[in-house]
Ligand binder design. Structure first.
Ligand SMILES: O=c1ccn([C@@H]2O[C@H](COP(=O)(O)O)[C@@H](O)[C@H]2O)c(=O)[nH]1
Length: 224
């Protein structure tokens, strides 16, 4: 089985990102580039990281009207991402059009509810019910809209996997036992998420902020 860990490369300087990715590349299966990276370094930065030879996950969390999201998906064809995120709460038409516009080797996954939010945060946005309810509801909508899978926390991945056997499940909010949680609220260990059906394990600060990132990535890999 290939390594399911994607390193979240959330660093402001491109040269630091390249150096970090070089250090850990033997112990991860891919690199996740998010808004911080893409806003700062754009397509040039993606090409630079792509030269390491690992799959690239563009975590852009697209959320707009269907025509605009489809246009953005077309625009990133040339970057050949293995995975792209859009927000499942953008609705069925947006998800259908995003999937139709994606490159044939790109998995399109819908962000359900951010792992930095809990039940109380959700209710404050005006949505009734629990995080679990919200993730299950949006997972069903994403599936019906033809997406490849969803992004959810390790708290929900088992239940979603039970309902969507061939889905592709991206799980951030992962912390090895004893490491700082930071702004994440729905957290499990990488091993727990993998055992519960995660396809991709997104891990950032536990690796990038470790004294020895390569050793931190190696130690996580050894638990899987
Ligand atoms: O619900 C979500 C969706 C995306 N993320 C992203 O994953 C990483 C997590 O980084 P850590 O440092 O391991 O907390 C980060 O890039 C987020 O933008 C998420 O955390 N939760």
């Amino acid at each position: 089985m290939s390594n399911p860990v994607y390193l979240a490369l959330d660093v402001p300087r491109l040269r630091d990102g390249v150096a970090l990715a070089e250090k850990v590349k033997a112990h991860v299966g891919g690199i996740k580039l998010g808004l911080e990276f893409f806003c700062a370094h754009g397509a040039h930065g993606v090409h630079m990281i792509g030269q390491l030879g690992l799959p690239i996950f563009l975590d852009l969390k697209l959320y707009d009207i269907p025509n605009t999201v489809a246009g953005a998906m077309h625009a990133i064809h040339q970057l050949e991402p293995s995975i792209v995120t859009i927000h499942a709460s953008g609705g069925r038409a947006m998800m259908e059009d995003a999937k139709a516009a994606a490159g044939e080797n790109t998995k399109v996954v819908g962000v359900t509810m951010l792992t930095s939010m809990d039940d109380r945060d959700l209710q404050r946005t005006g949505v009734q019910g629990t995080a679990h309810d919200q993730v299950m509801r949006l997972a069903e909508l994403a599936k019906d809209s033809g997406l490849d899978g969803i992004v959810c926390s390790g708290h929900e991945v088992k239940a979603v996997h039970d309902q969507w056997k061939d889905g592709y499940f991206v799980v951030p909010g992962l912390r090895p036992a004893g490491s700082a949680v930071g702004d994440q609220k729905r957290v499990v260990t990488p091993r727990q998420a993998r055992d519960d059906g995660a396809s991709v394990l997104v891990i950032g600060r536990p690796i990038s902020r470790a004294d020895d990132p390569a050793e931190a990535a190696r130690a996580i890999e050894a638990t899987l």
